[in-house]
Design a protein around this ligand. Structure first.
Ligand code: P6P
Length: 336
């Protein structure tokens, strides 16, 4: 007999905490939950369903799309466009925002997502995920523009991710802490397995793509070199390194056991402020990390305070265990 709180029950209980809640948000969130179950099913079939490999197309970022990038994007759209709770959507895979078609009612929320983050890993069977963020549309405005999406991360009403790993998990926050759910495939429902997730303030584990080290700015060089010096250096303790090249997997590890994840600004392509995108990668993950007691910064300012300049804006990302992030930020301050 399976007991425990399902994600549907949990979301409804969360709704009861919000005075005047209409249930719109709950129904929107349930649509997203359904989309992640469909994507999980597609991802888990892998080669058996002929969904691996390239789609033969490029996305707005100029990156080769995987078949599953396109499939996942279509699933997120088709599962949530009819709900009547959205005014529009935005995705890493689409240059422009996607208004809700005229045949469906419009609502007061904006949905942003990276439908399959880390998809370069899909063909080698390493964990990938879906990242999503929910904002409110300007009061009473139904015909929204891309400009209406450009709100700082503090304005998110919800942020979450699905991790398609050895088990499929969904982790989300609505501003009252972070909770993790595991999908029971036999039942087809997520169950609360990781209540009130907390990021340890200290860590001995850092995640960065070290092949870019010659391009890093001095404060990042200093921090990583001190980690590498271990107990023989100023840190007085040895560190471990991880790099999965799948942000969802890295963030989940940090939520479970601590750590610091860094994709800093580098001089590899001076025209880019970083690799990761603010609106549908850095902001949702930063809200989750902060709600779990961690910190997230560009190195120079709190991520969630950034006023976005563009829908696909890239930012440097330094997030995770609070004391480590604050150390990296202090090194940036000293350098300036
Ligand atoms: P690199 C995946 O493409 C992604 O956007 C993040 O999930 C991941 O952390 C990063 O890029 C990996 O980048 O340069 O190591 O391939």
């Amino acid at each position: 007999m399976i007991t425990g709180t399902t994600i549907t029950q949990f979301i409804i209980e969360e709704q009861r905490r919000v005075p005047g809640a209409t249930g719109e948000f709950t129904l929107l969130l349930n649509d997203i939950v359904t989309a992640t179950k469909i994507i999980a099913n597609d991802v888990n079939k892998g080669a058996l369903a002929g969904v691996l490999g390239g789609a033969g197309t490029e996305n707005v970022q100029g990156e080769d799309q995987k078949k599953l990038d396109v499939i996942s994007n279509d699933v997120m759209i088709s599962t949530s466009e009819r709900s009547g709770h959205l005014a529009a959507m935005a995705s890493e895979e689409m240059e422009e925002i996607l208004p809700i078609p005229p045949q469906f009612p419009k609502g007061k929320y904006l949905l942003l997502f990276d439908p399959l983050d880390g998809s370069s890993n899909i063909d080698i069977n390493i964990s990938v995920g879906t990242i999503f963020s929910i904002l409110k549309a300007p009061e009473g405005k139904k015909d929204v523009t891309a400009e209406d999406f450009l709100q700082p991360g503090t304005r998110q009403v919800c942020a979450g991710y699905a991790l398609y790993g050895p088990s499929t998990m969904l982790v989300l926050t609505t501003g009252h802490g972070v909770n993790g759910f595991t999908l029971d495939r036999n039942v087809g429902e997520y169950y609360l397995t990781h209540p009130n997730m907390q990021v340890p303030a200290d860590t001995k584990e850092f995640a960065i793509n070290a092949s870019n080290s010659r391009f890093w700015e001095a404060p990042v060089q200093r921090y990583i070199n001190e980690c590498l010096a271990g107990k023989t250096g100023v840190r007085g303790k040895d560190f471990n390194m991880r790099w999965v090249a799948s942000m969802v997997a890295e963030v989940h590890r940090i939520l479970v056991r601590g750590g610091i994840f860094m994709y800093p600004r580098d001089t590899k392509d001076p025209s880019k402020a970083g690799k990761l995108r603010l609106m549908y990668e850095a902001n949702p993950m930063s809200l989750i990390i902060e709600q779990a007691g961690g910190a997230s910064s560009t190195g120079r300012e709190r991520m969630l305070d950034l006023k976005p300049g563009g829908l696909h804006q890239r930012v440097p990302v330094i997030l995770g265990s609070k004391n480590e992030v604050e150390r990296v930020v202090s090194y940036h301050k000293e350098a300036e």
